[in-house]
Design a protein around this ligand. Structure first.
Ligand SMILES: Nc1ncnc2c1ncn2[C@@H]1O[C@H](COP(=O)(O)OP(=O)(O)OP(=O)(O)O)[C@@H](O)[C@H]1O
Ligand SMILES: [Mg+2]
Length: 249
């Protein structure tokens, strides 16, 4: 997170948060992402839409450094990050909330925050922790609770808070709505504009068109590992080709 109006943030306003150029990636003999290019502007919420198996998780894992791209480039505010191991991508400023959250059920909220906080500079740790607990008061009340005993929505908030403890400039969220009741999903999505206002760029993978398009500034539609449509979320919401893509026409 960058504090609004700080000198460090003012010079990067026009540089995109993320630029992917011709990225291909896969697992073993399988190529999953094909020559994929996308730009995530700074301080925007970008949704990556796509049906089951379209490549959303693979895309976020590739950006996060968990899967090295076979070709192409990924730049964070103009600095190449592709080919770096995941922990250095985290250090460079990418926070990743993985699909399925991947929390440690026996560890408490405080434990999760402490472990992740080691990435941030010591001077920022306390500040970020305070901001987070203000944003997620339910976590402040449950700091010592093992996360395995918490509700799905609370666990999703722990997963987001953990990623934010690393002080990211870009936050990647992989289908945060999975398994949550609609009201809880809305509560999770309502945190995204708060992050944007704090200077974080958000990339959220989502299967639901209506949910994704109603909460994002810009959208990319993936199909079979390729970007097939992109644009302002409000414009894509009116575009019949989005639905056609989803229905495979
Ligand atoms: N570990 C793996 N081994 C083999 N194939 C994989 C693996 N992970 C993903 N795939 C394949 O890659 C393609 C893209 O998968 P990915 O998980 O990125 O899609 P997704 O858009 O996140 O889907 P979902 O909405 O179900 O989460 C799918 O065809 C999937 O079967
Ligand atoms: Mg997925």
């Amino acid at each position: 997170m960058t504090l609004e109006g700080s000198p460090a943030s003012s010079h990067v306003v026009d540089t995109p948060a993320l630029t992917l150029e011709n990225v291909s990636a896969g697992i073993g003999p399988l190529t999953i992402l094909h020559d994929l290019s996308m730009v995530v502007p700074a301080r925007k919420i970008v949704v990556v839409l796509g049906a089951n198996g379209a490549g959303k998780t693979t895309l976020l894992r590739t950006i996060a450094g968990l899967l090295p791209p076979r070709s192409g480039s990924i730049c964070l505010f103009g600095e190449p990050i592709h080919g770096r191991p995941a922990h250095l991508v985290t250090r460079a400023g990418i926070g990743h909330v993985p699909s399925g959250r991947e929390l440690f059920p026996r560890l408490s909220v405080a434990d999760h925050l402490e472990l992740a906080g080691k990435v941030a500079s010591p001077s920022r740790r306390t500040e970020i922790r305070e901001q987070l607990l203000e944003m997620f008061p339910v976590l402040a009340e449950r700091l010592r609770q093992p996360v395995g005993t918490m509700s799905g929505g609370q666990q999703q908030m722990v997963a987001i808070a953990r990623a934010l403890m690393t002080d990211p400039r870009v936050l990647l969220l992989d289908e945060p709505s999975t398994g949550l009741a609609p009201k809880v999903v809305l509560a999770v999505f309502e945190t995204l504009p708060v992050l944007r206002a704090q200077g974080v760029s958000v990339v959220v993978a989502e299967q639901s068109l209506t949910l994704g398009l109603s909460h994002a500034d810009e959208a990319f539609v993936l199909d079979h590992g390729r970007v097939v449509l992109s644009g302002a979320a409000s414009e894509l919401a009116q575009d019949h080709r989005v639905i056609d893509t989803y229905l495979g026409r």
